[in-house]
Design a protein around this ligand. Structure first.
Ligand SMILES: [Zn+2]
Length: 282
């Protein structure tokens, strides 16, 4: 295909950040750190390999996801505990913060709520940065492994993809029928997973996670949360997923409750301020 004469000039136009985020409401990290210092453990849930489990975290509590026995990535879903229609919005979180999340960044909820659900308060893989392949950890670019894509690409019926694991976990926790629970499962935060896009073909890639037992990612719950975490059948995602081929390990979710009064001055974020009239009289 022939190029226009000014092709080079058009390509040389510098990029502009879509959503400059310097006007985003900022979390009070010092207040969170002080509250976390005096917090006590309130519960824990172990996630078996190639399976998922649900957990609940009250607004103002912390939750920590840990690697405990070997390198393992986790697929995280979050819902408003009182309204499953408000759920984590991976795409807008990516637009606001970039492809991978780090300490101080938030998991934002779906429209029309669009508010912080959780804030990352600690990350022992914060040292990783962006590697020479363009890879980094904790992405919001992947979706979740699922049996439909597996069937599309390779045929077969595999039942332990993160999508199915999360579906079973939500159904068990809420009592919803399986197919109803499935409709609430959404694009995830890929905890500990190391991913990026190839520069030459723009394809989504994964590589062995740098996570090791003892590493963790910790969050502050901005609203009452119902969470579900799947220990991906890809294990450390060094080779493949959507099968039983990879070496898999459990994950641990722990919840910590701050001392009474430790969050003085903090309020759970309000629903988004847009009036929802969409230009029509209401
Ligand atoms: Zn998975």
């Amino acid at each position: 295909m022939s190029e226009p004469q000014d092709a080079a000039a058009r390509r040389a136009v510098p990029p502009v950040i879509c959503y400059p985020n310097d006007t985003l409401p900022q979390p009070d990290m010092a207040l969170y750190a002080a509250a976390r210092a005096g917090a006590v453990k309130a519960g824990e849930v172990r996630i078996d390999p190639r399976d998922a489990a649900a957990f609940r975290v009250e607004a103002g509590q912390f939750f920590r996801i840990s690697s405990i026995e070997g390198p393992q990535v986790g697929d995280l879903n979050l819902w408003n505990a009182g309204d499953l229609t408000e759920r984590f919005y991976s795409g807008k979180t990516r637009a606001l913060h970039g492809t991978h999340l780090a300490r101080g960044e938030r998991m934002w909820s779906s429209l029309p709520s669009l508010r912080p659900m959780a804030t990352i308060t600690a990350d022992t893989l914060g040292w990783y940065g962006i590697d020479r392949f363009g890879g980094s950890v904790h992405d919001v670019i992947g979706t979740r492994c699922d049996p439909y894509t597996g069937n599309l690409l390779a045929g077969g019926q595999y039942h332990h993809c993160c999508h199915s694991n999360l579906t079973r976990a939500l159904a068990d926790e809420t009592g919803l029928p399986l197919h109803e629970a499935e409709s609430h499962v959404h694009d995830v935060l890929n905890v500990f997973m190391c991913t990026g896009f190839t520069r030459d073909t723009g394809q989504y890639f994964m590589k062995a996670s740098p996570v090791r037992p003892g590493d963790y990612l910790e969050f502050f719950a901005e609203i009452d949360l119902l969470g579900a975490l799947s220990a991906c059948p890809g294990g450390d995602c060094s080779a493949q997923h959507s099968s039983d081929a990879a070496s898999c390990h459990p994950l641990l979710v722990e919840v910590f409750a701050p001392a009474p009064g430790a969050l003085e001055g903090w309020h759970s974020p309000a629903l988004n301020g847009y009036d929802r009239s969409h230009g029509r009289e209401i």
